[in-house]
Design a protein around this ligand. Structure first.
Ligand code: HEM
Length: 475
């Protein structure tokens, strides 16, 4: 610590660290976002930690995040290396989108993914139609529970995942498909393993990734998911027809052909696998966890649920299928969805960033190559920005006339260069799934169950503890 301060006089302060391990043992990886926010009370909005010999800068609070993510967006747009993932073929240029270094390959793949998502929205079936159709399947599935208690977790997961699967693979999976259900469960386990201290340690001390059983402990679930993706890609290659582009994978295969002559090498089979995986991975857990928070808050706050029901009945009625156009006339429901995201705080620390060049934030010097953690949780609960930061209070997003108001400190999707690529799709899914189900059902805590807890479980995302609910068809 003393050495570090000598080298960079304006380097952010931080807690004293232990020899060799640094501060890693001081962080509880079951609730890192809370620990990081606590440290900011003592060391300020910009402070530093040491994980083994690597410096990490942690950014906290709205003002700091605004400067970093919006004003100095490119300065921190890079991602640190994640050596454990090299086992899947991640290397210099081949890293898909989520973990890609800030550079040509990331730019090309981000642009390609956004354009392709948009194009599929303009094709035979619009994105909105796909989501609406899936919301219909989910609603029938809820109805089949006949108002009895059930755990909605994997059904919601399946429904949300189907939207991205239909775009990426051209296929949806039935809610009774046990192979797909197993895959979704493996995905949850993978997130847990990859956000723990062992994964951190392997990434900081890459030589340890040569010990197969250690790596397997982190990646054992991931191998199955990659095998599943590889099988789907290989089926696509067999039936590929450049005149009939069915989905994202086909569009990518076509791009590979078109770029054959003029290819800087970034559109290749490894990147196809990793980018498809990114869309599937980033697009499933996040949205479905938000919806699970949503139904939980509706059960816990029946007065809010009643107001949403009243607005739906007034604006959409019981018969018409909700559409995105309705959101403009539904300020209360829109505010509730935003508050679900704010309170749920689903991706509390976003993904690690890395300084792309030497930079300064709040006057502190951050050298190129430093890992930067954007503690989004500290913004979503920033006491200077929210009236009731720790309470579920949809009025955060309403003015005195009941009109919806955007809040600058709402950073659920992060901001700047690395802002969530699926934000538009996610907003559409949240509104259409939530509104369609609220139109049909009233959500209640089962009589024989205790009141579900609001404390979250951390596994990269913050999700509610498993709960059961009754979906009662509205009279
Ligand atoms: C990145 C949140 C849904 C695709 C991110 C990040 C956050 C986030 C916080 C990290 C940004 C950063 O590093 O600063 C969410 C939330 C969602 C959601 C809260 C749902 C409620 C989706 C969906 C997709 C998606 C549906 C897929 C289409 C991605 C990708 C990235 C990303 C590809 C990486 C972007 C990059 O590194 O350039 N998301 N996301 N997300 N998200 Fe989402």
């Amino acid at each position: 610590f003393i050495q570090r301060r000598k080298k960079w006089p304006r380097f952010p302060p931080g807690p004293p660290s232990m020899p060799f391990v640094g501060n890693i043992l001081q962080i509880d990886f079951n609730k890192p976002h809370i620990e990081l926010s606590k440290l900011s009370l003592k060391y300020g909005g910009v402070y530093s930690l040491k994980f083994f010999w690597k410096n990490i800068v942690v950014l906290n609070g709205f003002e700091v995040m605004k400067e970093a993510l919006l004003k100095k967006s490119e300065d921190i747009a890079d991602r640190p290396p994640f050596p454990i993932y090299e086992k899947f073929g991640y290397d210099g240029n081949n890293k898909g989108v989520v973990l890609a270094r800030y550079g040509t390959s990331w730019k090309e793949h981000r642009r390609f993914s956004l354009t392709t998502l948009r194009n599929f929205g303009m094709g035979k079936k619009s994105l909105e139609e796909r989501v609406t159709e899936e919301a219909g399947f989910l609603s029938s599935r809820f109805q089949s529970e006949q108002g009895l208690p059930f755990d909605p977790r994997f059904i919601i997961n399946n429904a949300v995942s189907n939207v991205i699967c239909s775009i990426a693979f051209g296929d949806r999976f039935d809610y009774n498909d046990s192979k797909f259900q197993q895959l979704l469960q493996l995905f949850e386990k993978a997130l847990k393993a990859e956000s723990g201290i062992l994964a951190q340690t392997l990434n900081e001390i890459p030589i340890l990734t040569n010990i197969p059983w250690l790596v397997n402990k982190v990646l054992e679930h991931e191998y199955y998911i990659f095998a599943f993706m590889k099988e789907i890609i290989s089926e696509h290659k067999k039936s590929f027809d450049p005149n009939n582009i069915r989905d994202f994978i086909d569009a990518y295969l076509l791009e590979m052909e078109n770029m054959k002559e003029n290819n800087d090498g970034t559109f290749n089979e490894t990147n196809l696998l990793l980018t498809t995986y990114d869309l599937f991975g980033a697009g499933t857990e996040t949205t479905s966890t938000t919806l699970r928070w949503g139904f939980l808050f509706m059960m816990l706050y029946p007065e809010v649920q009643l107001k949403v029901h009243t607005e739906i009945d007034k604006i959409i009625g019981r018969e018409k299928t909700p559409t995105m156009a309705d959101i403009l006339e539904m300020p209360y429901t829109n505010a509730v969805i935003h508050e679900i995201q704010r309170c749920g705080d689903i991706v509390p620390m976003a993904l690690p960033h890395m300084a792309y060049r030497d930079t300064e934030i709040q006057g502190y010097f951050i050298p190129k190559g430093t890992t930067v953690i954007t503690n989004l949780s500290s913004v979503m609960k920033d006491e200077t920005m929210w009236k009731k930061p720790y309470q579920f209070y949809p009025e955060h997003f309403l003015d005195e006339n009941g009109k919806f108001v955007k809040q600058e400190a709402f950073m659920a999707f992060s901001a700047g260069r690395r802002v969530c690529l699926g934000e538009k799709l996610a907003r559409m899914e949240l509104f259409l799934f939530f509104t369609s189900l609220m139109q049909q059902f009233k959500f209640e805590i089962p009589n024989d169950q205790p009141r579900p807890k609001e404390e979250a479980v951390y596994a990269f995302t913050l999700s509610p503890q498993p709960y059961k609910m009754c979906a009662i068809v509205r009279p």
